[in-house]
Design a protein around this ligand. Structure first.
Ligand code: T3D
Length: 261
């Protein structure tokens, strides 16, 4: 069985992390397969939204620690190689994908697993799921964008507490703290996430891609720079077929039929 499952239905590319016995901890093979799946999501016009989730009782426990030889006398491990070649490119791919990504966190999301979820656009989590910056438990630093996303989403005090203490944050607290979009009943997670992804897949795909660009840029921009960017992105959005369809549908009092063009 492959460590990443990929299926496509009604414009949604569903990607499932699939090493349930190891809480879907990342291996190099998983990174490679994820790279391919995200390239497909980016390249194929029929794919208009992505749904990322995990198989079994966990979402993802971060790096597979059994791949690291920490025996006495073993050579020092240069973790920048793994971060630079696997985790950073993954976060960049998720953020740059010009299509919306829904993440359904079905269980514990730890280490890089938590932060990969945060790099997605809309995060739903089962009520029994939790988020864990487990890095400090093994003497590491939040990676995969954790040190970027956390203070921006939950504020400096809570970000520092999460990063230093490495305690589990429940899905409900994650929602209340503004870390994720919503916590939902366990039994409803996939249904809700699929419905959300399908709704996005039927939407104005090019416009959504530009929304991602605008909100991501706002994290580092001044108001002036952001206003200029909004002007430029709106120009681009205004050239899309979906914009014309949206306005026509409004004026004709009907539901728009967006084509993602
Ligand atoms: O190295 C680099 O490339 C640098 C990059 C680092 C990025 C990172 O992600 S560093 C952080 C790595 N992750 C962790 O430190 C989390 C480790 N896991 C846990 O702390 C716990 O498993 C959880 C809190 C996530 C869940 O606990 P629990 O009690 O629900 O489950 P468990 O019994 O600990 O785990 C179930 C199985 O999954 C178990 O295997 P076994 O004994 O049944 O055969 C456990 O060993 C395995 N597992 C869980 N996490 C990992 C893992 N195996 C390898 N690597 C893991 N990260």
């Amino acid at each position: 069985m492959s460590s990443i499952l990929v299926s496509q239905e009604a414009g949604v590319l569903a990607i499932t992390l699939n090493r349930p016995d190891k809480l879907n901890a990342f291996t190099p093979e998983m990174h490679e397969l994820l790279r391919k799946a995200l390239a497909r999501a980016s390249d194929e016009p029929e794919v208009r939204a992505v749904l990322l989730t995990g198989a079994g009782r966990g979402f993802c426990a971060g790096q597979d620690l059994s791949e690291r030889n920490v025996e006495p006398g073993a050579a020092p491990i240069d973790l920048s190689v793994s971060i630079g070649s696997n985790y950073n490119p993954l976060v960049r791919r998720l953020r740059a994908l010009p299509k919306p990504i829904v993440c359904a966190v079905n269980g514990v999301a730890a280490g890089a697993g938590a932060n990969i979820a945060l790099a997605c656009d809309i995060v739903l989590a089962a009520r029994s799921a939790s988020f864990l910056q487990s890095f400090s438990r093994i003497g590491l630093v939040p990676d995969s964008g954790g040190s970027y996303f956390l203070p921006r989403r939950v504020g400096a005090a809570r970000a520092m507490g999460l990063a230093l203490l490495g305690e589990k944050l429940s899905a409900e607290d994650a929602e209340q703290w503004g870390l994720i979009w919503k916590a939902v009943e366990d039994g409803k997670l996939l249904e809700e996430a699929r419905a959300l992804a399908a709704k996005l897949a039927a939407g104005p795909t090019r416009g959504y891609g530009l929304v991602k660009k605008a909100l991501q840029a706002s994290e580092g921009n001044s108001l002036d720079a952001q206003l200029e960017l909004e002007r430029d992105l709106q120009r681009e959005a205004g050239f899309s077929e979906d914009y014309r369809e949206g306005v026509s549908a409004f004026l004709q009092k009907r539901t728009p039929q967006f084509k993602g063009k």
